[in-house]
Design a binder for this molecule. Structure first.
Ligand code: MF3
Ligand code: CO
Ligand code: CO
Length: 254
C-alpha cells in the first residue's frame, strides 16, 4: 500500500503533473497528417526537458523512448517510429510521463489527425467521457471497483468494450504502484482508495473486441498492444490526488 503524501510531496506531485500536462498539450499541437510519431516523441522530450523535468519512460524496463504514441488499432505503449507517419483520418494517443524531483505525473490524450470520420470521433469522445465518469466515482476510502464499474457500464452501453488486463495505477514516488485501477469492476470491491495518495484513471476503449495481441520492444520488457480484431482503440489518462474530502485532477490544465 502507498504511504500518504505529505504537504511538500504533494507540491512536487502538482508540479510534475503540471509539466506532463503542458508537454501533452504542446505536443498535441503538432499532430497533423505527414508527421511521424518519432518526430512527435522528440518534440515532447525537448519540451519536457525545457520545463525542467525528464521523461519517466526513457530507460523504464529498457523502454527507449520519451513517450508512447498509439495510433488507431494500437491499444497502448506504441513505440514512436520514423516509419509511422500519421495520415488524414487517423486518431492517435500520446502518453506522457514526467519525472520531476523524484515525483511522477502521467497523462495521455487521443488526438484527431485532420478530418476524422464521425464514427471514430465518437469512439474518441466516448473514451474521454469514460475516463471522466470513472473519475467522478472516486471517493476517499472508496474502492477501485467503484471507478471500474461506472466506466465499464458507460462504455458497454455505447456498444464498445474496455480493456481488462491493463489499466490505471498508483503513482507518486514511483511510476507504477498499487492500487491497480481497472476499467471494469464491482462497486465496493477491488483495492481501497486512500486519502493523500495519487493514482491514474486511464480506460482503454475499443470499438470491437476487448482482446489484444502483444508485441515486443527491442531491448525492453515493456510490450505494446494491438486490438485482436484490428478495430480501433482510444484512451485518455489523468493523474488524480485523493484528499480526505474529495479528489483533484492534477493533470488538468486549460
Ligand atoms: N505511461 C504509461 C502508463 O500510463 C506507461 C508507459 S511505460 C513505458 O502507465 F515504458 F512504455 F513508457
Ligand atoms: Co499511467
Ligand atoms: Co501514461
Amino acid at each position: 500500500m502507498q504511504k500518504p503524501l505529505d504537504k511538500d510531496e504533494i507540491i512536487l506531485m502538482r508540479k510534475s503533473c503540471e509539466i506532463a500536462a503542458k508537454v501533452l498539450q504542446y505536443t498535441g499541437k503538432f499532430v497533423k497528417p505527414g508527421i511521424s510519431t518519432l518526430e512527435l516523441d522528440k518534440i515532447a522530450d525537448d519540451k519536457m526537458n525545457s520545463l525542467g523535468a525528464v521523461s519517466a519512460c526513457i530507460g523504464y524496463h529498457g523502454y527507449p523512448y520519451s513517450t508512447c504514441i498509439s495510433p488507431n488499432n494500437i491499444v497502448c505503449h506504441g513505440p514512436p517510429m520514423a516509419e509511422t507517419i500519421l495520415k488524414d483520418g487517423d486518431i492517435v494517443n500520446i502518453d506522457v510521463t514526467a519525472k520531476y524531483k523524484g515525483f511522477f505525473g502521467d497523462t495521455s490524450a487521443t488526438f484527431l489527425v485532420g478530418e476524422v470520420k464521425p464514427e471514430k470521433k465518437k469512439l474518441v469522445q466516448t473514451a474521454h467521457e469514460a475516463m471522466m465518469v470513472g473519475i467522478e466515482a472516486i471517493k476517499p476510502n472508496g474502492w477501485t471497483g467503484d471507478i471500474g464499474f461506472e466506466t465499464d457500464k458507460f462504455v458497454t452501453r455505447r456498444g464498445y468494450s474496455t480493456i481488462k488486463e491493463i489499466g490505471g495505477h498508483g503513482i507518486g514516488r514511483v511510476f507504477h504502484d498499487s492500487p491497480f485501477v481497472p476499467a471494469h469492476g464491482k462497486k465496493g470491491k477491488g483495492e481501497r482508495l486512500r486519502p493523500f495518495t495519487c493514482f491514474t484513471v486511464e480506460p482503454m476503449v475499443n470499438e470491437g473486441t476487448d482482446e489484444f495481441v502483444e508485441f515486443d520492444i527491442k531491448g525492453s520488457t515493456i510490450k505494446w498492444y494491438e486490438t485482436a480484431d484490428g478495430l480501433w482503440s482510444a484512451q485518455f489518462e489523468h493523474t488524480i490526488l485523493l484528499t480526505d474530502t474529495g479528489y483533484e485532477i492534477l493533470t488538468l490544465i486549460d
